[in-house]
Design a protein around this ligand. Structure first.
Ligand code: MN
Length: 497
């Protein structure tokens, strides 16, 4: 029977997690399962080392908000700097080892709480935790085939499998060795470490663990699916808030502020990538950052934004008229992009590849552009003048998440479908000089002049489930009718100042 005190503290514990999406235990269970899968792939004769992301200076003694390295967070759930994870699947009991920075009351007064070893265990589920200062002695000792942190002269078989592999020249050191730095770029800590080991240690094969982590992260766990859905839900609300703010006379940054307000007030860590809020000609700038233009009646506004909620990020783009109704010319372009996206959605099934979906959108876009006179033939690459990027990428911890693009889709994979058309001023002048391009320019110029400066992208976040494609961002108005009706319901008088 539970004591009254225990019931009370249990209740407090449960309540303290109530506003969160899932209980703490669920996350820790998932982390353990992720590490178990990683270790299964690593095999008993290897050692994986993952380091945390460095802190980054914003200005003088002010840092940017800390963002943990995605792979380290994926396996530990710890978003503190100076953290290192070592996995040694062949060990008897110490298969998972974490190194965390030492607590320091003086520093904590300035910059906040530092996890104790016990807290690091609670958060990650890793039982064996050492201080960061012990990492070097640990590695040195293990690579000289000596047990670490065991009574001297005791003969423990704890590390035997790895030691035997070292002796036999089969032991593998797995590190994240991608992307490779250029010939004249700085190596960075992981490559420096790899080189040091290469020079001074024998019997150790150094391997790149990038693909191993990529393959794991590509299929979202049930826990991740839940968090990603919540993340996209927050982004959906943010887009609606942005749509309610947009109006002629308002500035792009007002829409940006409305969006970010929703992120923060919903418990998200902030944005998963800086919001792109571009009106009028700025709809054609793919990664527009300034957001300082004042919107005018008749403008389209392109908003590409999503939150980072517990290290998972969706990706959503909407393009809508700030005055509430699309012009006929804007509709022409919008309909093509929408049709391309919908045809792409139709074929998004297990077994197809993201490139198949992209190709489908290309087909639809080509037919549409030909009808508008923006291309003269559907064969060839003329469409690339206006459709300047791919339609699909994976989403997850990083907005352009890791994933093997050759791997056929399967349940648990999350991705976007985002066709776009950009009638960028100067696009024809910027084509490489050639007789074909000259003819092309001449023929499509009248249509170009008509549609000039219109940019449209429509992007939704999806997850493939056992029962089919799930559109996580369906709540944000997307068709012409849905958008016009939403904008008119929430229309406001033009802002004047
Ligand atoms: Mn995207």
């Amino acid at each position: 029977m539970m004591s009254r005190r225990l019931i009370f503290s249990t209740l407090l514990f449960v309540l303290s997690f109530f506003p969160r999406l899932a209980t703490a235990g669920e996350f820790q269970d998932d982390l353990k399962a992720r590490r178990a899968r990683a270790m299964e792939r690593l095999g008993p004769e290897s050692m994986l080392i993952l380091w945390s992301a460095p802190t980054k200076v914003y200005s003088h003694d002010v840092n940017y908000e800390y963002r943990q390295d995605s792979n380290l967070y994926y396996l530990t759930g710890i978003d503190q700097e100076d953290t290192t994870l070592v996995l040694m699947p062949g060990n008897l009991t110490r298969k998972e080892i974490l190194f965390v920075k030492e607590r320091n009351p003086l520093r904590e007064h300035w910059t906040g709480h530092i996890l104790s070893k016990e807290e690091a265990t609670t958060q990650s589920g890793v039982e064996k935790v050492y201080l960061a200062t012990e990492f070097e002695p640990f590695i040195r000792t293990i690579l000289s085939r000596q047990p670490y942190d065991l009574p001297r002269y005791s003969s423990s078989p704890e590390f035997d499998i790895f030691f035997k592999a070292l002796t036999g020249g089969r032991a593998r050191l797995e590190l994240i060795l991608s992307p490779k730095p250029g010939l004249f770029e700085r190596l960075g800590p992981t490559f420096e470490f790899a080189n040091r080991v290469k020079e001074r240690s024998t019997g150790l094969l150094i391997q790149d663990a990038t693909d191993l982590l990529r393959d794991l992260r590509q299929v979202k766990t049930p826990y991740e699916r839940k968090v990603l859905e919540r993340s996209v839900e927050i982004s959906n609300s943010a887009h609606l808030a942005g749509m309610k703010t947009a109006r002629p006379g308002a500035y792009e940054y007002e829409v940006k502020a409305a969006i970010e307000q929703v992120y923060k007030s919903s418990g998200a860590l902030g944005w998963g990538y800086p919001p792109i809020v571009g009106s009028g000609p700025n709809t054609n700038i793919l990664h527009y950052e300034k957001s300082n233009r004042r919107m005018e009646a008749g403008d389209l506004l392109l908003v590409d934004a999503a939150a980072n909620y517990e290290y998972l990020t969706g990706d959503i783009t909407r393009t809508y008229p700030v005055s509430g109704t699309f012009s006929p010319l804007q509709k022409d372009i919008y309909r093509i992009v929408l049709a391309a996206q919908e045809q792409g959605m139709k074929i998004a099934k297990p077994g197809v590849r993201l490139s198949d979906i992209h190709e489908k959108t290309v087909q639809v876009v080509k037919e549409g552009l030909l009808k508008l006179g923006l291309i003269t033939e559907t064969a060839g690459d003329q469409y690339r003048t206006w459709y300047t990027h791919g339609a699909c990428h994976f989403i997850g911890m990083d907005v352009h998440d890791v994933g093997d693009y050759d791997r056929p889709l399967e349940p648990g994979m999350a991705f976007v479908i985002e066709p776009g058309l950009y009638i960028l001023d100067g696009a024809l002048e910027n084509l490489p000089k050639s007789p074909e391009n000259d003819t092309f320019s001449q023929k499509v110029r009248p249509a170009f002049e008509k549609y000039k400066n219109i940019g449209v992208r429509i992007e939704d976040s999806f997850i493939l489930t056992e029962s089919g494609l799930k559109q996580l961002s369906a709540r944000v108005p997307r068709t012409i009718e849905e958008i016009e009706s939403f904008m008119q319901t929430h229309s406001k008088p033009s802002a004047s100042r």
